[in-house]
Design a protein around this ligand. Structure first.
Ligand code: GCW
Length: 671
């Protein structure tokens, strides 16, 4: 339950060292709900790590840990800190002399900076990192997207029910909401969309706004703003208007009134997230209007209150007939509107033009809309990566996407650069939450790391997945080098293992229909062609893979010319996405010298071995991990090893059933 905020007792030497840095905790900044929260967290953390909470006060003494805003410091100290770089949310952690005393200073320009600085100081103390540092977030909106429904079910949630107890709110406010706020603030997450993008009109009823306002009250001291997903046809469904046409004056007036009402209840309300004209959701196209018409109407309603619209680019046509390749639709629909969205609109682009697969190439919209703020949407919940049963640490997946070279711009921009591209404009990153009512919050202990990694990378999209895993493991399991090293090692392999045993070499969308767990590459009879796995892998007698070059759907043309040229040729296409872009014969020669068929089998086999290795590595950690968390993880790893084998055997048997190929020499048939 404690997540990474366990504040476990430190070993002797480290304890003495830390004690010397925090003999007392002194607040020079004025009291406020946010600095109260910082003081409380420092007290809690130090009590845990040192065995005893230090005294607090406002007198500077040697060995004090001091919380101070720029305005609270003498000029000489202030000017030595380079606080300008900290901006409105960053912090500086520095040993210094203050009023003639040796102190450790947590300094910032704002109260929220002090809270973030306090969490950073505690993180460093708990994980044994250097206490001195300075940091500021690279993106403005760092937001969780809950896919939580008013009935407390969670779409693609694997951690129990929604943590929002809608029925009890607003009168009964669960203490857990405060821990939720602490955990998010510890990472710098500063927004939360409370409800599912497949939104219900009732979310905008006065009753729900009051519930959202109660949550906003808990989150406010922690710098977290509340947002809501809205259903585009809300006024029509609530029978307040005769249409939901975004250019209809009555509809526009309704949204304006609605926004005003929300802001009366929640003065710092963040804004709206919208899924429109996608998977059957209503939207402006129902009225022959555009995404721009729809987004800008909502933006106009929110603008007087400084609210933002996050308009999703995850769209695909009903019937699957609009284009020959679902991967192309978002680009086709949005690229022409570059520069036409209101300044308080961000276009939220899903990671992957298909759908949060274990591996997808980065979305071609990144870099293609230089005049529009684009927001990244990652999925933290593991819809396609084995739910919360299989271990898959997503840090490497997020990092791979953020670091990808778009080949747009000069010098060429990475995806992370694109997210930061629009100076003075809104920037952001969203993560579809994996949080639920389970005692461990995320369905499994290791899934907590995915929430953690998302938050750390939303703060710094250039962060390193391994360093983040190590830092998480140190706080969550043990500071011991061998233990955290072993845990980090497993984590760093886990996502690639999943790719290997599910969808290696660029294969995608072969998961079981509807639930998306387990293999179902053979499914070909769903009501929409682009829901069928066979649509994506195109296994045939002659070969396998989706031709997205000029001889096929030509989706590669949506990338910058230099990248498109590279992807046009299988020889210059990275093998890890080879079958995403090419349909190739079974005897195609891979870089290893093996045939494609052999290589495919070796990936599946490697995935199975990696899953078994993780199981063995975890078993060896038994003496170092508490029995309960060890057993709960061991059970999942055992299931994962079985799952990996099922995937391998099912996929290979299926490929054989179509290709007629025997297993290559030297490969033993499954036991
Ligand atoms: O493909 C999908 C998921 C849906 C989800 C949708 C989306 C919220 O399977 O469950 O709906 O993506 O991202 O809108």
């Amino acid at each position: 339950y404690a997540l990474w905020l366990r504040y476990a007792p430190l070993p002797g030497a480290a304890r003495a060292q830390l004690q010397a840095q925090a003999r007392t905790v002194v607040r020079l900044a004025p009291a406020s709900p946010t600095t109260d929260a910082a003081m409380a967290e420092l007290q809690r953390g130090l009590a845990g790590m040192l065995g005893k909470a230090p005294a607090t006060g406002n007198t500077v003494a040697d060995g004090a840990l001091v919380l101070a805003r720029a305005a609270d410091l003498p000029d000489t100290v202030r000017s030595s800190l380079a606080l300008a770089d900290a901006g409105t949310e960053g912090y500086v952690l520095r040993r210094t002399r203050l009023q003639g005393k040796n102190v450790f200073l947590i300094a910032a320009n704002s109260d929220i900076g002090l809270l973030y600085g306090s969490f950073a100081w505690l993180r460093a103390a708990a994980s044994g990192a250097p206490l001195e540092s300075a940091s500021a977030p690279a993106l403005k909106l760092r937001v969780l997207n809950h896919w939580d429904n008013p009935d407390r079910t969670v779409e693609r949630g694997y951690a129990g029910q929604s943590i929002w107890d809608w029925w009890a709110l607003p009168d009964i406010v669960d203490a857990r909401y405060l821990d939720y706020a602490r955990a998010n603030a510890s990472l710098g997450i500063n927004g939360t969309v409370l409800n599912n993008v497949n939104a219900k009109a009732e979310m905008l009823s006065p009753a729900f706004i009051a519930k959202a306002a109660a949550l906003a009250g808990v989150f406010r001291p922690y710098g977290i703003r509340v947002y809501l997903s809205v259903r585009f046809s809300t006024p029509l469904e609530l029978k307040e208007t005769a249409t939901a046409d975004p250019l209809d004056p009555q509809v526009r007036a309704w949204w304006q009134r609605e926004a005003d009402e929300i802001y009366r209840a929640i003065p710092d309300f963040g804004g709206f997230l919208v899924k429109a004209n996608s998977e059957g959701q209503p939207g402006p196209q129902d009225y022959h209007r555009t995404h721009v018409d729809g987004a800008n109407m909502l933006a106009a309603a929110l603008a007087p209150h400084n609210g933002a619209v996050m308009w999703r680019a995850f769209v695909y046509a009903p019937g699957g007939t609009k284009t020959d390749d679902r991967a192309k639709q978002a680009y086709d629909e949005f690229k022409p509107f570059d520069g036409r969205f209101a300044p308080n609109v961000l276009v939220q682009v899903k990671n992957g033009a298909i759908d949060f697969q274990p591996r997808e190439p980065f979305h071609p919209l990144f870099g293609a809309m230089p005049r529009t703020p684009l927001m990244m949407e990652f999925q933290i919940t593991k819809e396609y990566l084995g739910f919360s049963t299989d271990m898959a640490y997503l840090g490497p997946l997020f990092q791979e996407t953020l670091a990808a070279n778009t080949h747009h711009g000069s010098p060429p921009l990475s995806v992370a650069d694109v997210l930061q591209q629009a100076p003075g404009k809104l920037t952001g990153m969203a993560g579809v939450a994996n949080i639920g009512s389970d005692r461990n919050w995320s369905g499994s202990h290791f899934d907590q790391a995915n929430w953690y990694a998302f938050g750390r990378l939303a703060w710094n999209p250039r962060g390193d997945a391994r360093a983040i895993a190590d830092e998480w493991a140190a706080q969550t399991f043990s500071r011991d080098t061998a233990v955290r090293g072993a845990v980090t090692g497993m984590m760093m392999v886990s996502r690639e293992a999943v790719v290997n045993y599910m969808t290696p070499l660029g294969l995608h969308h072969m998961m079981g229909t509807g639930h998306h767990h387990g293999p179902a590459p053979w499914v070909d009879n769903l009501e929409r062609p682009d829901w069928n796995p066979v649509y994506y892998h195109r296994t045939a007698r002659d070969g396998i893979g989706f031709d997205r070059t000029a001889t096929g759907s030509n989706a590669i043309a949506q990338y910058a010319p230099a990248l498109a040229a590279q992807l046009a040729d299988p020889r210059t296409t990275p093998e890890q996405v080879l079958l995403w872009f090419h349909h190739l014969p079974w005897d195609y020669r891979m870089a290893s010298g093996r045939t494609l068929w052999q290589e495919l089998i070796s990936h599946y086999d490697r995935g199975v071995r990696q899953a078994r290795d993780m199981q063995a590595q975890w078993a060896a950690l038994a003496p170092a991990i508490d029995a309960r968390r060890h057993a709960e993880t061991a059970a999942r790893l055992q299931r994962q090893a079985a799952n990996a084998q099922l995937w391998r055997d099912a996929c290979i048997a299926y490929f054989q059933s179509v290709s007629g190929l025997p297993l290559p020499a030297g490969v033993a048939p499954p036991a």
